[in-house]
Design a protein around this ligand. Structure first.
Ligand SMILES: Cc1ncc(COP(=O)(O)O)c(C=O)c1O
Length: 405
């Protein structure tokens, strides 16, 4: 059972900001004590650089840093720690795959397939790689409610397709892509698949092995961890055929003025001093989330979303983007528009009431253009949000609607 009131007690931000209603969890999550204290403790007691020193402290830091790799592998069902690359976040993971995996293999006339709902992070790297190689970036269209046009997907796959990159859960609408079916179909055409799991890892059980996904990326800061740390999972057959993207120390086997040879994955992708404290913090974040059953998390967030939607539906002139059907599974996100009020004004007024929501195009400008929207306001939930907060939020929306009607 998820008890948000109890869970809140682990998050110092709420004790320090008792009036805060934080509904911007799709942008980033708040940090529990175990993560904040864990990082602090690391800097106070164990800190040194990794993979270099031979003194005790360096050995302890290296061991802790590498132990998180095992933890992450287990967390997402990866076959081995060797499949886990530390990055600075989802964006960096996608760039690594686009430039170190795809670019050397892409030729003029090839195609790369994404959906029309992608975050810019899962669009621009592919666009740039395609432009540099004379390849074409194709998009699987969406319906008016932001859901995937599944019928179009099949017809866009062909033997020119060299990569499929799809978001698991849309950060703009909360729509959940049928990633398993999409991976299976793409593989029939021998197309490797990258899944952007930025919005899904915190709430859904991820098993990259069962999904048979080629690459999976996520950010630590959206799973209660620190900023500046993320994960790229890659199948061994792909990682072993990729050259480094960044060059420098920590990734080498042998360096001569004439030639350098590199370590095996994942270390060959982690040049320079990495975000050591970020890795340690991510380890604590995984410990935190592992206390909860992901199915219970989903059930609770579904209840909270449905409760919020049923109250929002009472507000005249309020439109919710995406599925409001209880039967359809959806991420813990409500993207909405209030008649006659710009989404930024909604967010600004809510902000005055200490209610944090995001407004704008949510880094999905092409999706908003297709839907002919200036953007939306977005409330996104986490396990520390309560029905009481939803009541406050809906009451504030009612006041805004009354004021502008
Ligand atoms: C679906 C999705 N993909 C990618 C990103 C980019 O994540 P980051 O900024 O942590 O690299 C985000 C962040 O909002 C996202 O929601």
């Amino acid at each position: 059972m998820i008890d948000p009131t109890e869970i809140r007690k682990s998050f110092p931000i709420f004790a320090n900001n008792p009036d805060l209603i934080y509904f911007d969890n799709a942008a980033t999550t708040q940090k529990p004590d175990i993560v904040v204290d864990g990082i602090c403790d690391f800097y106070k007691n164990d800190y040194s650089n990794i993979h270099r020193g031979i003194y005790d402290l360096a050995a302890i830091t290296t061991q802790k840093y590498e132990a998180v790799r095992d933890k992450v592998a287990t967390f997402i069902g990866a076959p081995s720690r060797e499949n886990i690359v530390y990055t600075s976040g989802t964006t960096a993971g996608i760039n690594l795959v686009a430039f170190a995996f795809l670019a050397p293999r892409l030729q003029a006339g090839d195609e790369v397939l994404i959906t029309a709902m992608e975050h810019h992070a899962n669009l621009i790297p592919w666009q740039i790689v395609c432009q540099s190689k004379g390849a074409t970036l194709k998009t699987i269209p969406v319906n008016e409610d932001g859901s995937l046009r599944r019928d179009s997907f099949r017809s866009l796959l062909n033997n020119k397709t060299k990569m499929l990159a799809i978001v698991h859960i849309s950060n703009a609408t909360g729509y959940i892509n049928p990633i398993k079916d999409m991976i299976n179909l793409a593989h029939e055409f021998k197309v490797p698949v990258l899944v952007d799991g930025a919005q899904s890892v915190a709430h859904y059980e991820i098993d990259v092995n069962a999904l048979d996904v080629d690459f999976f990326v996520f950010s630590g800061h959206k799973v209660f961890g620190p900023t500046g740390i993320g994960i790229l999972y890659g199948k061994s057959e792909h990682l072993s055929r990729m050259e480094p993207l960044n060059y420098g120390g920590s990734i080498i086997k042998d360096v001569r003025f004439e030639k350098t040879t590199f370590l095996e994955p994942p270390h060959r992708f982690e040049a320079g001093t990495t975000n050591i404290a970020g890795v340690i913090g991510l380890g604590y974040a995984i410990d935190f989330i592992n206390q909860f059953d992901k199915l219970k998390i989903q059930q609770y967030l579904k209840y909270l979303r449905n409760y919020c939607i049923s109250n929002m539906q009472e507000i005249k002139g309020l439109r919710i983007l995406g599925s409001i059907d209880d039967k359809n599974e959806n991420g813990a996100i409500i993207s909405f528009l209030l008649d006659k009020v710009h989404p930024h004004d909604v967010a600004t007024i809510l902000g005055v009431e200490k209610i944090a929501v995001r407004a704008g195009n949510h880094c999905t400008q092409p999706l908003m253009d297709f839907l002919e929207l200036p953007g939306t306001s977005r409330a996104s939930f986490s396990i520390y949000n309560t029905p009481y907060e939803v009541d406050q939020f809906v009451r504030a929306l009612e006041s805004i609607q009354q004021f502008f009607k």
